[in-house]
Design a protein around this ligand. Structure first.
Ligand code: SF4
Ligand code: SF4
Length: 454
């Protein structure tokens, strides 16, 4: 968790407009997207080596299906989940397998990964358009699984499971998440501008799988060009069987969180611990929808990632298309190195991302950004005692009481915090962001979740 902005006035934190939004809590940090919002996605050259982490999704990690010295083509399966929830893993490049090594990881310190050495002598793979409309629902679902598609906007949940909701929860609405509410990140913004037709075709694929016709695309109102591009593409792709509409959202963090987005767009409230299908909704990120398009329409598995590299600490900010497994060090070298201003590196956004201490970490399917932040982009003030201002309670979109949880954890009573709804906390960071005492409230919530009994 990294908080990069100094606490601001309450007027800035809790602004009021009439656009679609969720009713409780939320904050409006400085958007800081101007450095990369207008930069077209550029394809980064393939590095000499890639480290493909075997556990990229929620569920069981993959077991390698290739041995050292094997030669693989781009898109070949290199790992499978043998038991439990998961999706296969594919070679991001034509390569020679070097073996399984421990790779640096932003959250788990290290994780097993396949080390691949790029091999330009292996012929390139070309993808061409398939007539997916002839495929039945089960065949489409199988292809989504086979292409290794997971929720690449954040959590990494296998998409084929989301697309197959339980029969006792009939779904009537598909929501595409184009909110991109985290500061700095512009990867989804650029994809909505540059791949609007692919995203709405991906939406048509999902509607066919779900057997419904209502798709609503939620986009924060700070991306008017993306709203215009997606509205045009949606109108062109809509038909009697696929009604795709765009819904501008108030700029308020965490607008892109699943439960908040559903409430903003449909008014439906997902009960505690329930899935969106409990209120008849399935949510997919726009970048995941683009990946579903590529898998179904082109037959291309998921092994590349559009990500934002930004902050005052990187010489050349960019929106990059990179191969999964590319090390951050290779990205830094490609972008001309870091600047003398660099003070902190964060993988992910400033609200929910993780500070990293090595550039050896490789990009995964869920990496949306790497931020190179200068001293004036981070908040280094030490935390102090709670002054009981109640701002954290007001900011929490789940209506929780972070201050009470923190007090219990500090008093070694973390096991008694279930009464404060700690398991509903999704670690958005709003509470810590507004806290004038700079209390590490998200860390307290994490500790409470580890020790409390459900
Ligand atoms: S934890 Fe921070 S925001 Fe919450 S009441 Fe205490 S001082 Fe205020
Ligand atoms: S308690 Fe959890 S859900 Fe509520 S604001 Fe803090 S991090 Fe977000």
């Amino acid at each position: 968790m990294c908080f990069v902005f100094l606490t601001q006035t309450r007027e800035l934190l809790f602004d009021m407009t009439s656009l679609l939004t969720f009713p409780k809590g939320g904050v409006h940090p400085p958007e800081a997207k101007e450095r990369t919002a207008s930069l077209a996605i550029e394809t980064m050259p393939v590095p000499d080596e890639l480290e493909v982490i075997l556990g990229q999704h929620i569920g069981a990690p993959c077991t390698p299906t290739v041995a050292a010295k094997a030669e693989v083509r781009e898109g070949d399966i290199i790992g499978e989940v043998t038991k439990g929830l998961g999706v296969p893993l594919h070679a991001p490049v034509a390569a020679t397998v070097k073996g399984v090594f421990q790779s640096a990881h932003p959250m788990r310190v290290s994780a097993p990964a396949l080390l691949l050495v790029t091999n330009s002598e292996i012929p390139a793979v070309r993808y061409s358009r398939l007539d997916w409309e002839l495929c039945g629902r089960d065949e489409l679902l199988k292809k989504v699984h086979g292409a290794g598609i997971i929720g690449i906007g954040g959590a990494g949940f296998p998409s084929h499971v989301k697309l197959n909701p339980p029969p006792d929860n009939p779904v009537d609405t598909l929501i595409l998440n184009g909110a991109e509410c985290e500061p700095y990140i512009t990867a989804d913004h650029r994809q909505m501008l540059e791949f609007s037709q692919e995203i709405v075709e991906g939406a048509r694929v999902i509607l066919k799988i779900l057997g419904i016709k209502d798709c609503r695309i939620g986009i924060e109102n700070n991306k008017p060009d993306a709203i215009a591009a997606m509205t045009k593409a949606a109108a062109a792709a809509s038909s009697a069987s696929a009604q795709i509409t765009v819904h501008p959202l108030k700029v308020k963090y965490p607008q892109g969180s699943e439960k908040q987005l559903i409430q903003s767009i449909t008014g439906r409230k997902v009960p505690a611990f329930a899935l969106p299908s409990a209120v008849g909704v399935v949510v997919h990120n726009v970048s995941t929808t683009k990946a579903i398009h590529d898998a179904i329409v082109l037959g291309k598995p998921l092994y590349e990632k559009v990500m934002t590299v930004s902050g005052k600490g990187i010489s050349r900010p960019a929106n990059l298309l990179v191969k999964v497994g590319t090390r951050v060090s290779d990205i830094v070298a490609y972008l001309g190195g870091v600047t003398p201003a660099l003070a902190k590196i964060v993988m992910g956004g400033p609200m929910m991302g993780f500070a990293i201490s090595t550039l050896d970490i490789p990009v995964t399917k869920t990496t949306s950004s790497v931020l190179f932040l200068a001293e004036d982009e981070i908040d280094t003030r030490p935390h102090s005692q709670c002054i009981r201002c109640g701002w954290c309670v007001e900011a929490c979109p789940m209506g929780l009481e972070p201050k009470e949880v923190a007090i219990h954890v500090e008093a070694d009573r973390a096991q008694d915090t279930a009464q404060f709804g700690v398991f509903e906390c999704f670690e958005c960071g709003c509470c810590a962001y507004v806290c004038p005492a700079k209390r590490p409230l998200v860390q307290f919530m994490r500790l409470a979740k580890m020790k409390a009994k459900r």
